[in-house]
Design a protein around this ligand. Structure first.
Ligand code: COS
Length: 400
């Protein structure tokens, strides 16, 4: 058991923190007034080697672990959750391909997007207007026509939609089979792919989400990832990994909320002393610190499990909902501690509060995370022997 980072990870974390300090934190408030994709910052992150970390070396990537990726997401999330989302969105778009595609497919579809001079983007297209939490309810269709598939459908809330040159599209090849009929395709920005409505959001204004419309889009049969019918499983396996990334951004937001609130509590004097000396404030800071530390541990453990090839469904759900709820609570407390200064946009707390809310919603709402986690807990408890022998209601009552 060793809680220290490896030398390589320590260096990566320091590099990402330095990057955030120089290029993200000082510019985030000004940049979000544009309510647009922060192109310059993301390009710099790409040039600094902070993007596409999990792409295997055989396909032109650095082949780093999910654990390493969470360090970068925490550091960039500390600076701005919206910019961190824009930077790490390729992780979500490419993860289904790393899971299900062949190396040849990765070389053809992903390598050109991660090895050029300029940053290029993928977009993960699962969600639809009528299929949010119920991901199996996807209505987008992919119909085989000779050596091609023809794709029709409308996706929404798609991060980096307008920026993307490749779309990872979940479409039904056999609707009557529900989730077992879902398949996943790599779709370049080609004829029939159009951008729809750009979503207007409360926070994370430094990231862009849009509708993406597929109208009679033809892709070759080798654009299929894995086999027909494997799409739902690949989506779930993807989210098991990437939810640790959201938890890492959330840990960054929780830490930043704590740091800004503590800094303020030290210098703000009322009734003749720094407000941090009042128990009403200091106890809030203690709780914020504990939540942040717990979020970080849950996040890194969930990522480490995945890197070891273990099932991390329950733990990535724990990390995602706990860290996102912690980010939200810490941001609310930071606003409260900073009083009037917490509520005005020249100071960082109100943006942290707006940004944190989305962490509880995207990549599976925190309620869905609790469904995933409790499902696993109940399953694991069926054969659990606590050593306490009793028959409940006079009979064993195992949950099937
Ligand atoms: N890894 C591998 N397979 C998994 C899995 C996982 N983590 N989770 C579920 N599966 C498999 C199940 O084993 C089951 O397989 P079989 O049909 O072979 O038995 C199948 O998938 C269906 O599982 P389940 O019945 O649990 O699916 P549900 O339709 O009930 O949905 C939830 C489960 C709600 C957890 C899922 O739809 C979900 O995560 N929704 C949120 C979607 C989301 O995060 N959207 C955000 C997009 S990115 S912004």
């Amino acid at each position: 058991m060793n809680f220290s980072l490896s030398e390589k990870d320590e260096k990566l974390f320091e590099r990402a923190k330095e990057f955030a300090k120089e290029h993200i934190t000082p510019k985030a408030i000004e940049l979000e007034k544009r309510n647009d994709f922060p192109k310059e910052v993301v390009q710099k992150a790409y040039e600094a080697g902070l993007m596409n970390l999990h792409i295997p070396k055989e396909a032109g990537g650095p082949g780093l672990s999910l654990f390493s990726e969470t360090l970068v997401s925490e550091a960039t999330g500390y600076g701005c959750a919206g910019i961190a989302t824009s930077i790490m969105c390729n992780n979500l778009a490419f993860a289904p391909l790393v899971i299900g595609a062949t190396i040849e497919q990765l070389k053809e579809y992903v390598e050109p997007l991660i090895t050029g001079k300029d940053a290029k983007f993928g977009a993960f297209c699962l969600t639809e207007r009528k299929a949010g939490s119920d991901a199996a309810g996807v209505a987008t269709r992919a119909v085989r026509d000779g050596d091609e598939y023809v794709i029709n459908g409308l996706k929404c809330f798609i991060t980096n939609g307008p920026q993307a040159s490749m779309f990872t599209v979940f479409a039904s090849t056999q609707p009557e089979l529900k989730h077992k009929g879902l398949s996943v395709f790599m779709v370049p920005k080609t004829k029939g792919v159009q951008m729809g409505h750009i979503e207007n959001k409360l926070g994370q204004l430094n990231s862009v989400q849009s509708e993406v419309i597929f109208e009679d889009v033809r892709v070759p049969k080798n654009a299929l990832v894995g086999k027909e019918g494997e799409g739902f499983k690949i989506a779930m396996m993807t989210l098991d990994k990437t939810r640790a990334g959201i938890a890492a951004i959330a840990t960054g937001v929780a830490q930043r909320s704590l740091d800004e609130a503590a800094k303020f509590a030290n210098i703000r004097h009322q009734f003749g002393q720094p407000i941090g000396r009042f128990q009403g404030i200091s106890f809030l800071l203690a709780d914020m610190g504990a939540r942040t530390a717990a979020s970080r541990h849950l996040t890194r453990y969930a990522a480490w499990l995945a890197d070891q090839g273990h099932d991390n469904s329950k733990d990535s759900a724990f990390a995602k909902f706990f860290a996102a709820d912690s980010a939200m609570q810490n941001a609310i407390d930071a606003v409260q501690i900073m009083g009037g200064y917490g509520y005005i946009s020249e100071y960082p707390a109100e943006k942290l509060m707006r940004d944190a809310k989305l962490l509880q919603i995207y990549e599976g709402t925190n309620q869905v995370q609790r469904v995933v986690a409790s499902g696993r807990i109940l399953k694991e408890s069926v054969n659990l022997d606590t050593g306490f022998k009793v028959k409940y209601d006079g009979q064993d009552a195992p949950i099937p």
